[in-house]
Design a protein around this ligand. Structure first.
Ligand code: E4P
Length: 217
C-alpha cells in the first residue's frame, strides 16, 4: 500500500516528504482553505516538491463546470489528479476527463455501488471515506474491503484510495483490506512512527556508547 498525505499545509508535506515515504498528496476545498494559500499556488508548489499524484478538487456542481475546471486544473502540473464528487455529474465529468487522458480521483464514496460506478466511469482512484463511515456507526474498513474484493472479481483497475483516516489502526486495517493507497493526515503519520521501545532502545544504545573510553559526552 502506498502513502499519500492528506493536507495542503506545506510544512507538513515537507516534513513527511523528507521521510522518503510519500507517493502523492490529496487536498480538498476545506484543506485548501485551512492552508490559507492561493489554490493554484499551493498545488503547483506541492507538485514541484513531491511529484507523484496530487489531487486537486473541483468545486463546480454541474458536469460541464467540473469538466471546464478539471481541464484547467490538469494544466497546472502534469502531477495533478482531478478530484470529482461521486454524483451523477461527477461521474459524467469523470468519463469525459478520462477519455481526454486526465487522471481522476472520485471522492466522497460511501458505498460499493458508488465505487462500482466510479470504476466504470474510468476513475483512476476511488476514495472511500473510512472515518466518516465509522462516524455514522457503520464499518469504514469493511467498505474498503468490499470495494477491493468487487474490483478484483471484476478485473477493475481503479485504485482504492483509503481516505478519512483517523488513527494508525485505520492505516493497518486499510492495508489488510487491500487498499492500494491510504491518504494519511500529518498527525497520524507522526503517531505511526512513534514507539516507546524505539525511544528506549536508542536511549540504551547511547548510554552504552557513552561508556566507551574517549567517548564525547
Ligand atoms: C481525502 O481525499 C479526503 O478529502 C479526506 O481524507 C477527508 O477526511 P476527513 O473525513 O477527516 O475530513
Amino acid at each position: 500500500m502506498k502513502f499519500f498525505i492528506d493536507t495542503a499545509i506545506m510544512d507538513e508535506i515537507r516534513d513527511i516528504h523528507a521521510w522518503g515515504v510519500l507517493s502523492g498528496v490529496t487536498t480538498n476545498p476545506s484543506l485548501i482553505v485551512k492552508s490559507g494559500r492561493d489554490f493554484r499556488e499551493v498545488i503547483t508548489e506541492i507538485a514541484a516538491l513531491v511529484g507523484g499524484d496530487i489531487s486537486a478538487e473541483v468545486t463546480g456542481l454541474s458536469a460541464q463546470d467540473m469538466v471546464t475546471e478539471g481541464r484547467d486544473l490538469a494544466q497546472w502540473s502534469q502531477h495533478v489528479v482531478v478530484k470529482l464528487p461521486l454524483t451523477p455529474a461527477g461521474l459524467s465529468a469523470c468519463r469525459t476527463l478520462t477519455d481526454e487522458g486526465v487522471k481522476t480521483n472520485v471522492t466522497l464514496c460511501f458505498s460499493v455501488p458508488q465505487a462500482l460506478l466510479a470504476a466504470r466511469a474510468g476513475a483512476t482512484y476511488v476514495s472511500p471515506f473510512a472515518g466518516r463511515v465509522d462516524d455514522i456507526g457503520w464499518d469504514g474498513i469493511d467498505l474498503i474491503r468490499q470495494i477491493k474484493e468487487a474490483y478484483l472479481l471484476g478485473g477493475i483497475e481503479t485504485q482504492v484510495l483509503a481516505a478519512s483516516i483517523r488513527h494508525p489502526q485505520h492505516v493497518v486495517q486499510a492495508a489488510l483490506a487491500g487498499a492500494d493507497v491510504a491518504t494519511v493526515p500529518y498527525k497520524v503519520f507522526t503517531q505511526m512512527v512513534q514507539h516507546p521501545l524505539t525511544d528506549a532502545g536508542i536511549e540504551g544504545f547511547m548510554k552504552d556508547w557513552a561508556t566507551l573510553p574517549g567517548a564525547k559526552p
